[in-house]
Design a protein around this ligand. Structure first.
Ligand SMILES: Cc1cc2nc3c(=O)[nH]c(=O)nc-3n(C[C@H](O)[C@H](O)[C@H](O)COP(=O)(O)OP(=O)(O)OC[C@H]3O[C@@H](n4cnc5c(N)ncnc54)[C@H](O)[C@@H]3O)c2cc1C
Length: 408
């Protein structure tokens, strides 16, 4: 009898889940991971590239190096997923499986936004890919003041705190350059507040106010006019800019929609607690490729990996998958070079103040700007490459822990 697990995508979620499965399953289980290239990018580092605090070439490493021996790593474009036949096709191969893990992530699609491509690289920029972050770095290097607008085109998008971090860092950057007085900074978002969760949103809004950053909410982007330098909402409101930084429309990979297993915007309908595909047996989904209502974040993919491994192993042993995952997400929010905040929440519990990960001791402080949190953000990169990707964890459960949090 064949015993095959195929993992689609070798980014954060795919790498962690494949390594974790390899640690737990005997060698008779073949594990195959497929990705289109061998370039694993540490995406949180992209935030620092425009400000000259991180070099983009240091963010990319070989995927193969982080995939454990005993796992087949195939570099190829995945072209079709057929859950009925339990078969995956790539350009050059056909794979069959007993269990499939979809970890194909999501990506920005600037071509989906009216007018954006005409302004792209001229006065409209992003930092969600290496190429766009590099272009923005050049732009900010030459920036002499004016109106800097950070816009989120549409929901959902990857890493919901990144645009807030960007405007906070832009404030720090312009102060350092001595051009803050000549610069207006504005965050324009389709959300009702600065962030998806109201309490954290109120804290971030206060911080933005103290930094003289304007936040315009409930702005649904209709088009970008690069010639006259404004963005227009579906209601017809216009916001002028000199330099636009945008998170364009974000979509799941085409292979999901082309295979007919999507929710109409390229994500796989997924049970929010078991992480099993809602419509397909023996298929699990992890990370940005799911449609579960939590952040599209690396921490989420990491917590989810534990649950996916648990449930695949449960199914192998003839036991039903358990409803374990609670939407747990943990994110640093950089406030400036040298300070950061931190939030920890799940589907139901909003970010709360307190200490993390050790109650009372921390060393990190939740919902508060500290120097120690900044060191945590910097140290996380090392942890990512050396501990987390290997499918190891630090003994903490994948679900939210209330100890250390201040309620009420
Ligand atoms: C600017 C920025 C800042 C961020 N900051 C943070 C942060 O501070 N904290 C945090 O937790 N998260 C952060 N994130 C988000 C985090 O990086 C992602 O949520 C995480 O990488 C998701 O993991 P994933 O495995 O779902 O997707 P990915 O890591 O993107 O991996 C998906 C993989 O699938 C492959 N793939 C897709 N389709 C195909 C196909 N058809 N054929 C072959 N291969 C395919 C891709 O090549 C890719 O390698 C940030 C992201 C950005 C862009």
């Amino acid at each position: 009898m064949s015993k095959k697990i195929v993992v689609l995508g070798a980014g954060t979620g795919g790498t962690i889940v494949a390594n974790n499965l390899r640690r737990h399953l005997p060698a008779e289980w073949e594990i195959t991971v497929i990705d289109r290239d061998d370039n694993h990018i540490y995406q949180p580092g992209l935030l620092f590239v425009p400000f000259g605090l991180q070099k983009s070439k240091t963010l990319t490493r070989s995927r193969k190096k982080y995939i454990l021996p005993g796992i087949d790593f195939v570099i190829d474009e995945i072209t079709n997923i057929n859950p009925e036949k339990r078969e995956v096709k790539s350009k050059n191969h056909t794979f069959t499986y007993d269990f499939l893990v979809i970890a194909t992530g999501c990506k920005i699609a600037p071509e989906e936004n009216d007018g954006l491509m005409d302004a792209w690289g001229k006065n409209a920029f992003s930092f969600y890919t290496i190429e766009s972050a590099e272009l923005l770095r050049q732009q900010l290097k030459e920036f002499k003041g004016g109106k800097l607008v950070m816009n989120i085109a549409e929901l959902p998008f990857k890493c919901p705190v990144a645009p807030i971090e960007f405007v906070f860092m832009a404030d720090w950057f312009c102060r350092k350059k001595g051009i803050r007085e000549k610069t207006e900074i504005e965050l324009v978002t389709p959300l009702a507040g600065a962030f998806t969760k109201p309490k954290a949103s109120a804290v971030f809004t206060e911080s933005a106010k103290s930094k003289n950053i304007k936040i315009s909410t409930s702005f649904e982007l209709s088009s970008v006019n690069g010639k006259e330098r404004y963005i227009e909402s579906v209601k017809g409101d216009r916001i002028k800019y000199d330099t636009l930084v945008i998170v364009p429309t974000t979509i799941g990979d085409e292979v999901i929609s082309k295979s007919g297993i999507d929710d109409s915007i390229g994500y796989v309908p997924t049970h929010q607690n078991t992480l099993k595909a809602l419509k397909h047996d023996r298929v699990y989904v992890i990370g940005d490729a799911t449609n579960v209502p939590t952040s599209k974040a690396g921490s989420v993919a990491h917590y989810e990996a534990d649950v996916v491994v648990f449930n695949i192993m449960a199914e192998i042993h003839g036991v039903k998958p358990e409803e374990i995952y609670d939407g747990h997400s943990t994110c640093f929010i950089v406030y400036s070079k040298g300070t950061s905040s931190l939030i920890d929440f799940n589907y139901r519990i909003e970010p709360l103040p307190g200490k993390f990960p050790v109650p009372k001791l921390g060393p990190f402080t939740l919902l508060h700007e500290t120097k120690m949190n900044w060191y945590g953000k910097l140290g996380f990169e090392w942890l990512y490459w050396n501990v987390l990707l290997a499918g190891r964890h630090l003994g903490a459960p994948p679900t939210l822990v209330m100890a250390g949090k201040h309620v009420g």
